[in-house]
Design a protein around this ligand. Structure first.
Ligand code: BES
Ligand code: ZN
Length: 594
């Protein structure tokens, strides 16, 4: 037996899946997918085949010729779920499994009509990263096993299904009142990139290879917000090579989507909080698009090497922004990331093993290990290598890296070996061992400066002693500059200081949720009552974990706001994604008792 991924029952000595075909019937009443999956194997096989499952009811397993296969579901293990072992007769080339998902599958969120913008129809979306694909279908749920896939998804008439795959059309059936959508993803993808959403959806074309999907009420706003996506794709192609996935479509989800974005290939999933009305949050699109190279083409072998996905992608996102808007705009991104990095170091403790880039996650749930650390420490490691090698040599390295590992998965150790091979001596020069295996932020971390940043830092530092920017200065700030300023203010202000901020910047009415949430975090931590109504509204509607964690944490400072948090959470929890519910419950549990 040989298990290489601590988060999967996949056995590298068993046959490998080389193709998956899914037949899914979406049942909104039961909140269940009735499914059948056919896994094609890489060779004529016999003996054991272990698959990952979580919360699945398996009805039957069959071999290619339809004969029933012996199968056994092992006991539930808290993080991994249940191992499904099939016994294959010699010569088996494919297996089919009939199963149902559980209504509380962690990889799915079923929304009531009230949780959508239209308010008329339910909605379903998946979120498989990191290890939730196994709650949608039995499979070898590890990034080392990549497969193309195809799917037939039956939904009630009037709904649209989209997947992380090319649409192949739709037709009425199989029963009356239903419609079946067909998909094909010809490129091999890791299971965490399997994705499905079903709802009342409409699309707008943005370019010959890009469109945006959203609920009808917001599709026009979404088309405007992301109109420049083709420019982003071209810029990324100039940096990283041709875009390999044919189409780049996006889906704007209802507000309970727990992330900002998810790089599902051919169909990036996005939070509606990006619809700021001024295109100020397209950096998230640049990030998800960049994953088309770093993450989706070249993938972390398992979650212990997650920085290879996210650190590289944050670096790539900032290279795209730099190419489009110049180094000062990119420097703002690095500055915002620095605050997130320090918050993560503080949350875990700077000597926690979870602050190493290369983590050991045996027995640890990747959702609990998640933080900005692999993003921002990882991006700084990549930027350090870039600076040490020089940009031209590093860009050539990145091309070679993509060519070597495309449609593959790799570990941190394989990355360093490849770096040594291409740029001999560089790993030692940057002290790669310290970056990968030691906690905290190494002293040789690159620093990003700009005049604007120095100025914002000085203004924020003087805030407590009465320093204020002149109105004609702060009027010229971009949204990101205002965000940097707010981030650097003390976490607790006087009522008069809060009132001044609101009077100067009209923060409560902002559509840019990065600014709005930064402000509401300060207001919550300052027990500033005039902001409570808006705070409630945001907590009731938005399920993005990046916002819920700081808001509920800040509400923990004062007895009155703790009571507010408990009251709002009781009302809002049923609408949150299960993962978000878990994060917020964890924050509230740590509140002082009163
Ligand atoms: N792949 C991540 C989201 C993710 C990571 C989901 C791990 C589940 C497990 C995505 O690309 C991401 O990083 N999203 C960020 C956006 C960003 C850093 C610009 C987010 O959701 O905030
Ligand atoms: Zn990412």
């Amino acid at each position: 037996m040989s298990r290489l991924d601590p988060h999967s029952y996949w056995d590298s000595e068993h046959p490998r899946t080389v193709h998956a075909h899914l037949r899914l019937r979406v049942d909104f009443d039961a909140r269940v997918l009735r499914g059948e999956i056919t896994l094609t194997l890489d060779r004529d096989s016999g003996g054991a085949l272990d698959l990952d499952t979580k919360g699945l009811t398996v009805h039957a397993a069959r071999a290619d010729d339809g004969t029933e296969l012996a199968h056994r579901l092992f006991d539930e293990e808290e993080i991994l779920g249940r191992r499904l072992r099939l016994e294959l007769p010699a010569g088996t080339r494919s297996v089919s499994l009939a199963y149902d998902t559980s209504p509380d599958a962690l990889g799915l969120q079923w929304l009531a009509p009230e949780q959508t913008e239209g308010g008329r129809r339910p909605f379903l979306f998946s979120q498989c990263q990191a290890i939730h694909a196994r709650s949608l279908a039995p499979l070898q749920d590890t990034p080392r096993v990549r497969t193309p896939y195809s799917a037939e998804v039956s939904v009630p008439e009037g709904f649209t299904a989209v997947m992380s795959a090319g649409p192949e059309g739709d037709a009425p059936g199989p029963e009356r009142g239903r419609r079946t959508f067909t998909f094909r993803m010809p490129q091999p993808i890791p299971p965490y990139l399997l994705a499905l959403a079903v709802g009342e959806l409409e699309a707008r074309e943005l370019s010959p290879r890009a469109r945006v999907w959203a609920e009808p009420a917001s599709v026009a706003a979404a088309a405007w917000e992301f109109a420049q996506v083709e420019e982003l794709i071209r810029t990324a192609e100039a940096l990283f090579g041709p875009y390999d996935w044919e189409r780049y479509d996006m889906l704007v989800l209802p507000p309970s989507f727990p992330y900002g974005g998810m790089e599902n290939p051919r169909m990036t999933f996005l939070t509606p909080t990006l619809l700021a009305g001024d295109r100020s949050l397209v950096d998230v699109v640049a990030h998800e698009l960049a994953h088309s190279w770093t993450g989706n083409l070249v993938t972390n072998a398992d979650m212990q090497h997650f920085w290879l996905n996210e650190g590289f992608t944050v670096w790539a996102e900032r290279r795209i922004l730099e190419a489009l808007h110049g180094p000062d705009v990119a420097a703002l991104g690095w500055a915002l990331g620095e605050t997130a990095l320090h918050a993560a170091l503080e949350r875990f403790g700077a000597d926690s093993p979870l602050t190493r880039l290369r983590t050991e996650l045996e027995g640890i749930d990747p959702d609990d290990a998640f933080s900005s650390l692999p993003y921002e420490k990882g991006a700084r490691f990549v930027a350090l290598i870039e600076r040490s090698a020089g940009r031209a040599r590093f860009d050539a390295f990145v091309r070679a890296y993509m060519a070597r590992f495309r449609f593959g998965a790799l570990t941190s150790e394989e990355f360093i070996a490849f770096l040594e091979d291409q740029l001999p001596g560089l790993p030692a020069q940057v002290d790669a061992q310290a970056w990968l295996y030691q906690p905290g932020l190494p002293a040789n971390a690159p620093v990003f400066r700009s005049d604007a940043l120095e100025r914002l830092g000085a203004l924020a530092e003087g805030f407590a002693s009465g320093v204020r920017p002149a109105p004609d200065e702060s009027e010229r700030w971009s949204p990101a500059e205002l965000q940097v300023y707010l981030q650097r203010l003390p976490r607790e202000l006087t009522q008069a200081e809060c009132a001044w901020l609101e009077a100067r910047f009209a923060l409560t009415g902002r559509g840019n949720h990065e600014i709005l949430v930064e402000w509401l975090t300060i207001a919550a931590g300052s027990d500033h009552e005039p902001a409570f109504a808006r705070l409630r509204e945001v907590l009731m509607r938005v399920g993005r974990m990046k916002y819920l964690r700081p808001l509920y944490t800040a509400l923990g400072r004062h007895a009155r706001t703790r009571a507010l948090a408990r009251e709002v959470f009781a009302l809002a929890a049923p609408g949150y994604h299960a993962l978000a519910r878990r994060v917020v419950a964890g924050v509230i549990e740590k509140y002082a008792a009163d």
